[in-house]
Write a protein that binds this ligand. Structure first.
Ligand code: ADP
Ligand code: AMP
Length: 216
């Protein structure tokens, strides 16, 4: 299955994508995760992208497109993928459509994670990510079993993303509203869009995702 997860930062796309990807046996491709890894490793892409990510701006189009193109060309993406955080504006969506035509591929569904600004801000400000394995927690809504220790890898470095600080969050929400939200209408017109009530608790969101994918 070839899926795009669309929605504001903090709507729970990554949380659901990582679960579903495991179930379906397809890679969870998060452009944000790929960029953060490149930044941590200080690769040329990472060095170029860092200032944009830290400020909550979109990373330049050519960088992101090349990164997606390379990742979709890897063996594990041959039978499907979940794209999380891409495309993020109309320019990326149109270039992605061209790329898929060249690859003789197509999107099966776009899941739109709908959540209000108040909800996403409360999720982002208390999000913590394991530095070792990337597992995502929330200090109130889904804390690790032992405070400060990752359930998955036992790591003790649960950090706050640099762009989950208040000013960067505000910027990301502004960028989302002006650049990314118009994609909801774009994909609705194609008939691929399915809406998810992303304000529900995690397990109910998981059930809703399954329901939206099982029906035509
Ligand atoms: P996104 O990938 O859309 O930016 P995440 O999956 O990282 O969002 O989730 C943002 C934060 O909200 C994380 O701290 C996560 O643990 C928490 N979260 C995810 N889904 C839910 C939910 N349904 N209810 C409450 N908190 C959630
Ligand atoms: P995310 O992990 O999806 O919240 O993305 C974190 C940051 O990475 C964003 O605020 C952007 O700076 C950058 N980023 C991720 N995906 C894209 C994309 N498709 N286009 C441009 N920038 C992106």
């Amino acid at each position: 299955m070839r899926l795009v997860f669309l929605g504001p930062p903090g709507a729970g796309k990554g949380t659901q994508a990582s679960k579903l990807a495991q179930e379906l046996g397809v890679p969870h491709i998060s452009t944000g995760d790929i960029l953060r890894r490149a930044i941590a490793l200080a690769t040329p892409t990472g060095v170029e992208a860092k200032e944009f990510v830290d400020r909550g701006e979109l990373v330049p189009f050519v960088i992101v497109l090349r990164l997606v193109q390379d990742r979709l060309g890897e063996d594990d993406a041959a039978n499907g993928w979940i794209l999380d955080g891409f495309p993020r504006n109309l320019e990326q969506a149109l270039a992605f459509e061209d790329l898929l035509v060249r690859m003789r591929s197509a999107i099966d569904r776009v899941l739109y994670f709908d959540a209000s600004e108040t909800v996403v801000v409360s999720r982002l400000t208390a999000r913590r990510t394991c530095k070792g394995c990337g597992a995502v927690y929330h200090l109130q809504f889904s804390p690790p079993k032992v405070a400060g220790v990752c359930d998955k890898c036992g790591g003790t470095d649960l950090e706050q993303r640099s762009d989950d600080q208040e000013e960067a969050i505000r910027n990301r929400l502004r960028v989302y509203a002006s650049e990314t939200e118009p994609l909801v209408g774009h994909y609705r017109k194609t008939g691929l869009l399915r809406e998810i009530r992303a304000e529900l608790p995690p397990q109910e969101v998981t059930r809703e995702v399954a329901a939206r994918l099982s029906k035509g």
